[in-house]
Write a protein that binds this ligand. Structure first.
Ligand SMILES: *Cc1c(COP(=O)(O)O)cnc(C)c1O
Length: 442
C-alpha cells in the first residue's frame, strides 16, 4: 500500500484537520449522481437483490423452526419501523434546530436471532454457503422444504465444514449462532472491542471464540490466515463480500412495503432521509443500495461514524478508500461504539457506493451516550451506543442550506420529508450492561 504523505494530503483536504482534532464534522459529497448514473459502478442490480430475497424465502420454514422469534413474520428476519415524536422534540430542543418532517426509527436493534443489523448480512451469507454445499452434494433442491436442514443428517453433513469470521462483536454473534445451529464448526476472531457477554453467549452456543488485543483489522487478518490453512473452511470476508452486501440490500424492498402499509409516501415532493451507522461499510452500504433500488433518487442516505473511527468519510473524501486508515492520521480507532470501531473502510463499498451516498458525519462517544439516555427516557427504547450514531443526522440535514440548494430540497419538500434513523443494535444487551450504558448517559 502506498505511503501516506499526511501534510500534503491535509493541505489538499483541509477537512482532515478537523478529523485529526476529533471534532464532529459533516460533509455532504458534491460529487453524488443520480441512481441511473451511479448504478453501473455498483456492479450489482435488482435481479441480484431478488435472488437474495428468494433465497431468504426458501429458508423461511427452517428459520421459523430453528428460531421461534421469526415465526411472527413466517421466518422472515425483519424489524419494525416506528414513530419517535417525543425524541424529535427532544432533539429539536437540544440542538435549537427545527426538524421539518416526520422522525422514525428502524429497529434492526431488535431483529430476531442476534439483535443487530448483522442478522441481515451475516446470516444470509451463511445460509447461502450452506445451501450451495447441500445442493452440490445432491442432498437438497430449491423446491424442498428447508426445515429438513435441522435434521441430524444435515447437521452431520455440515459438521465436516467450518466457517471463520473476524468481528468487533455483532457480526460474530450472527454468524456464530446461525453456523452452530446448522452444525458447522465455527470460529469467531474477536477484536479487543468485543463485549464480554457476546463472547460468553457465543461460547454457550458451542462457537470457538479467539480473542485479540488489537482492533478489527487485525482480527480479520488473523481469521483470514487461519481459514487459508483449511480447504474446508469458508472465510466470511466482511471487508469485501458481495454476498453480505446483498443480504443487507433486501432491507430496501422490505422498508418500501412497510411504508406502503403505513401510507408513507416517498416521491419527488416527499423525500426520505436515512441515517446509517457505519463501521466497515457493508451494512450501511448494502442497506443504502437496497433503498436506492426501492425508492430511486427520492431516498437520501447519510452515513454516521464515531469521531475516533471515521474510516468511510476519510476513504471517500480523499478518494483513497481502503488505501488509508484513520491510524495513518494518528486517530486511535478507540470508541465505545464497538460496532463502529473500524479504522479502514471496505475496499468494495466506498468505491461501489460513493456516488449514491449523500453525506457523512461524525459524532463523539459522549453524544452517543447522551442520545442513548434520551431515547430511553422519552421513548422507552434501549439501544447500544453504536445504534445512536444516526440520531443527529436529521439536524445536519435540516441545517445545511448548501445541500438543500444543490439538491433542490425546498422548504415545502422538507416539510413533507421522512427521516429514518437506522437503529443497528442493542436488543440483546443484558440488563446489567444496559444499566451501565444508561449510567454513562447522564
Ligand atoms: C456492524 C455494525 C454497524 C455497521 O456495519 P458495517 O457493515 O460494519 O459498516 C453498525 N451498528 C452496529 C451495532 C453494528 O454492529
Amino acid at each position: 500500500m502506498a505511503n501516506i504523505d499526511v501534510p500534503t494530503l491535509t493541505m489538499q483536504f483541509p477537512l482532515l484537520n478537523q478529523l485529526v482534532a476529533l471534532k464532529e464534522v459533516c460533509w455532504f459529497n458534491p460529487k453524488i449522481t443520480s441512481l441511473r448514473e451511479g448504478l453501473p459502478f455498483v456492479g450489482l442490480d435488482a435481479a441480484d437483490i431478488q435472488d437474495a430475497s428468494d433465497r431468504l424465502s426458501r429458508f423461511g420454514s427452517f428459520l421459523m423452526k430453528a428460531f421461534p422469534d421469526t415465526a411472527r413474520d413466517q421466518g422472515m428476519i425483519e424489524s419494525e419501523v416506528v414513530d419517535i415524536p417525543a425524541m424529535k422534540s427532544q432533539l429539536e430542543a437540544m440542538s435549537e434546530t427545527e426538524i421539518p418532517g416526520r422522525l422514525m426509527l428502524k429497529k434492526d436493534s431488535h431483529l430476531p436471532i442476534s439483535g443487530s443489523i448483522k442478522a441481515r448480512g451475516g446470516i444470509y451469507e451463511v445460509l447461502t454457503h450452506a445451501e450451495k454445499l447441500a445442493i452440490d452434494a445432491g442432498l437438497l433442491s430449491e423446491s424442498d422444504d428447508y426445515s429438513q436442514l435441522l435434521s441430524d443428517t444435515f447437521r452431520q453433513f455440515f459438521s465436516q465444514y467450518s466457517i471463520a469470521v473476524g468481528s468487533t462483536g455483532n457480526l460474530g454473534m450472527s454468524i456464530g449462532i446461525i453456523s452452530a445451529t446448522l452444525g458447522f464448526s465455527v470460529t469467531v476472531h474477536m477484536s479487543a472491542d468485543a463485549r464480554e457477554w457476546k463472547k460468553a453467549k457465543l461460547r454457550s452456543h458451542g462457537v470457538n471464540v479467539v480473542e485479540y488485543d488489537q482492533d478489527y483489522g487485525v482480527a480479520v487478518e488473523q481469521g483470514r490466515k487461519a481459514a487459508e490453512q483449511d480447504p474446508r473452511c469458508f472465510f466470511i470476508d466482511d471487508e469485501n463480500s458481495r454476498t453480505l452486501f446483498l443480504g443487507y440490500a433486501v432491507a430496501g424492498e422490505r422498508v418500501r412495503k412497510q411504508f406502503d402499509a403505513q401510507g408513507i409516501v416517498v416521491d419527488a415532493n416527499h423525500p426520505l432521509f436515512v441515517y446509517l451507522p457505519c463501521g466497515v461499510g457493508g451494512g450501511p452500504g448494502g442497506v443504502a443500495f437496497g433503498l436506492k433500488m426501492a425508492f430511486g433518487d427520492h431516498v437520501h442516505c447519510i452515513f454516521a461514524e464515531p469521531t475516533h473511527s471515521p474510516c468511510m468519510l476519510l476513504g471517500v473524501h480523499t478518494g483513497l478508500h481502503d488505501g488509508i486508515s484513520v491510524q495513518d492520521l494518528g486517530i486511535d480507532n478507540v470508541t465505545a461504539a464497538d460496532g463502529l470501531a473500524v479504522g479502514r473502510a471496505s475496499g468494495f463499498v466506498g468505491r461501489a457506493m460513493e456516488r449514491l451516498i449523500d453525506g457523512y458525519y461524525t459524532l463523539t462517544d459522549e453524544q452517543m451516550y447522551r442520545l442513548l439516555g434520551l431515547l430511553n427516557q422519552c421513548e422507552g427504547i434501549q439501544l447500544e451506543p453504536s445504534a445512536l450514531a444516526g440520531m443527529p443526522g436529521p439536524m445536519h440535514v435540516s441545517e445545511d442550506r448548501d445541500y438543500h440548494r444543490r439538491l433542490e430540497l425546498t422548504p415545502e419538500k422538507l416539510r413533507h420529508a421522512t427521516h429514518l434513523v437506522w437503529a443497528t443494535g442493542g436488543g440483546m444487551v443484558p440488563p446489567e450492561e444496559m444499566a451501565e450504558y444508561l449510567a454513562k448517559s447522564v
